[in-house]
Write a protein that binds this ligand. Structure first.
Ligand SMILES: [Zn+2]
Ligand SMILES: [Zn+2]
Length: 176
């Protein structure tokens, strides 16, 4: 067919293209096209779309972060002590934190806000994890390693006593 049908990118007039933004119908080249779940779109339309989805207010950030961190901290004081049930209770705690934050921000949304909230939940769980790690390291340096060493001495004793008794009785003399 003819060159009349050839489109040129709206942002790059030298670049021929066959793509159009499926929202504003502007011709776009492969450099300008963004693949979205609904097809190719220009960057301007994608940005506009994100603004619609990003409805969080500035105060939603400190609110979500503080609430998630505090709830996660409280959960970290309870859930790990439940032993096996922690496998069930930890996801439940996550759901409770997420739903509490969602209710507080009144279903306003922002991907960044969700990332911050998850990070806050992780940070909230850190104090109990770190304190436990300190206790574990202390136990290892005080008693834990000693137990391991006495285990080695016991093992060595068993091996030496057994071989010595055996060689003595059987009359095999080593080193003569
Ligand atoms: Zn567009
Ligand atoms: Zn372009």
């Amino acid at each position: 067919m003819s060159n009349e049908n050839t489109l040129f990118c709206a942002n790059h007039p030298q670049t021929p293209t066959s793509l159009r933004c499926n929202r504003c119908e502007k011709p776009i080249c492969t450099r300008c096209a963004v693949l979205t779940p609904t097809g190719y779109r220009c960057k301007e339309c994608v940005r506009g779309q994100q603004k619609i989805f990003d409805t969080a207010n500035w105060y939603d950030y400190p609110l979500a972060v503080i609430v998630a961190a505090v709830l996660s901290f409280i959960g970290s004081q309870i859930v790990p002590r439940m032993g096996f049930f922690a496998l069930l209770l930890a996801p439940l705690a996550g759901v409770i934190i997420a739903e509490t934050v969602r209710a507080l921000i009144r279903r306003r949304r922002s991907r960044q806000l969700f990332t911050f909230t998850a990070a806050a939940a992780a940070i909230g769980s850190l104090p109990s994890l770190v304190s436990l790690l300190v206790i574990a390291l202390a136990a290892l340096s005080q008693g834990g390693l000693g137990v391991l060493l006495s285990l080695i001495w016991n093992l060595l004793y068993t091996v030496m006593v057994t071989t010595t008794v055996y060689t003595r009785l059987s009359g095999i003399q080593i080193g003569r």
